[in-house]
Structure formats: C-alpha cells, structure tokens
Design a protein around this ligand. Sequence first.
Ligand code: PEP
Ligand code: MN
Length: 369
Amino acid sequence: MKLNLNIQPLNSWINTNGKPLIIAGPCSAETEEQLLATANMLAKTGKVAALRAGIWKPRTRPGEFEGIGSIGLEWLKKAKQETGLPVAIEVATAKHVEEALAAGVDILWVGARSTANPFTVQEIADALKGVDIPVMVKNPVNPDLSLWIGALERINNVGITKLAAISRGFTSFEKSAFRNEPMWEITIQLKTLCPELPVICDPSHICGNRELLPYISQKALDLEMNGLMIESHIDPSVAWTDAKQQLTPAALSGLIDNLTVRKAEPADAVAKDILADLREQIDKIDDQLIQKVAERMAVVDKIGEYKKDNDITILQLNRWDEIIKKRAVFGKALKLDEEFTTRLLELIHTESIRRQAEIMNAASPVTHK
Ligand code: PEP
Ligand code: MN
C-alpha cells in the first residue's frame, strides 16, 4: 500500500537552512511578557525556524488552565513582528481556524486529541478549504496509524499541500519512563507509506520531563525525521502547563548544539563502497536466516504429523521452557540481548504452534515434502 498525498517539500514553506527544522516556544501563551520574552530569547539563539505557543489548550480534565484564548493571538502578532519568525498554534475547531487566519498565524497544527476524532478533523479541514497554509498533524493519542493517516488525508483533500506529521508519542498501559510511548515503528510505517511527507518529532510530549529530551531528540534525527518541535519557556519552574518538560531558551540552545545530524548516505566513494559491501553481507545473512527458518518449519511440520498420528498434544510446556532457557544462554554468550533472543524464539514458536494446529485439524493425513 502506498499513501497518495499531494505534498510540497518542507523547504517550500519554511527556511531551515538545510538543517533539521526546529520549532520552539512555550506550551501555553500565558502573558504578553512571558510570550515576548521567550520568543525574543529563542530568536536570539539563531537556531529556531518558527515559534510555537498554545492559545487554546485541550486539557484532559476541566478546571485546568485551558489557554489564554484569542487575546494570545495579539501577543503572537507582536512576537512575530519583533523576531521576524513565523508563528504556529494548535487549532481544534473551525472558529480557531478562522481566528488564526485573521490574525496572520503562519502555521497551524492539529493536536493529538483532535486527530483521534474524525469529526473534529473534518471540521478543521472544512474551515481550511481554499486556504494556503502549512498544517502539521500530530499523531492521535492512541496507537492507531489509520487515524493519523485519515487526518492527514482529510486535511490534504481540501487542498492543503504544505503538510507535515508530528510524532508525539502514544498512550500506553505499560509502565514507562516516557509520558507518551514513542512507538517509533508507527512513525516509520507512516514514512514508509509516504516517504515525501515531512515528519517532525515532538520530544517534549514524548518525554514529559527535561532529562530525556536529548536522548529522544537525537533518536528522532537518527530515524531521519525532518525536525523537532520542543517546548521552551522563559522560566519553566513557573509555567502554567507542562512545567516539568519545558526548557529555558538557553537550555534549548545547548540541547541543539549537542545534537549530531547524521547523513542518510555517506558522501565519499570509499565510504560508499564499504557500506555497500557491508549491506551485501547483511543481505546474504538475511537470506540464510530465512532459509534456516523455513528448514526449521519443515521439521516442525514433521513433528506435527507425528503428534497427530500418536495423539500427542501440540504444546509441551516443559520442552518449550527448556528451549527458551538453553537458547537464551547461548544467545547471551554470543552477545545477543537476552530479551531479544526470547522474543525472537517466541515469535518462531507461535508460528510453529499455528502450523502444527493446522496439521492436527486437517481432515485427512497431510503429506509434507
Ligand atoms: C501541545 O503541543 O502543547 C499539546 C497539547 O500537545 P499534544 O496535542 O501532543 O498533547
Ligand atoms: Mn504542552
């Protein structure tokens, strides 16, 4: 499956000077002073391509600060005037879109809670019909790639071609160090379906704290994401929302300095040859791996037939326990991560059981070559 979106490249709507796009600014616009001070400090770093601020805040529970509202648009206008930087805000209703457009906001984004609701996304999309403005779509709070794609399609269908996705992590029941699990595989899947779609990472909402920000930011760049949106506040200790995850503009500047931007491909011919040779080795090993797995499955089938003929159950826990233990020790000796070895074996085991169940349930004796 390929995703058919009509997309313009990132550098057609924002100047990043060939570097990853950095969007920064407070979680929420709180006061005119706070917004302008933060914006000016961020602009002074020379490392930020656009300013962000939440004006209307979607809160999980009522009673929390729900955003300063329309007055914030006036402050953003000033911030834009003073810094010369384009400004970005979240919109969640048609009215938000209309007000943002009237105030000259440069970039809009759809928040994670909105993306999860197709009615909301369609309302936003309808308000954008005939408008030429960049729109960034955050992943939905729940790990559902189709919802994310659906939102991008709805926005693209009304003619928005300056489109980007934002990876901000997903709600998970697993206990984790992150506020929202990155679940990189979902973003990678999106990239695979639509390679021309720019994808930005939002490390702030993935981490939920300052400490993990450098790790996630670097990881995002290493996964070839096109940029980062990071929350920055002039004084995070007194921030009205998301205080734990915001950075001062100076700290943000330090974080950016410490990031390594790696190339997708080596530039010189010698390095290219070395890489090509190593990739050839990997391809060969992968072929052998698949062949070996197929050989294993052929033996599994034979065992299945034997079990069927002799009325023996498929699953034999003792034997399975022994396999896992022995192989995990072997894997460890070969410097493989124990959990990885276990997961790999479990996957193979599940498939083996599935095949044997098929053999057991076949009406007549099955012949396997
Ligand atoms: C935000 O960017 O401040 C925000 C509310 O993010 P999300 O929609 O990802 O929760
Ligand atoms: Mn926030």
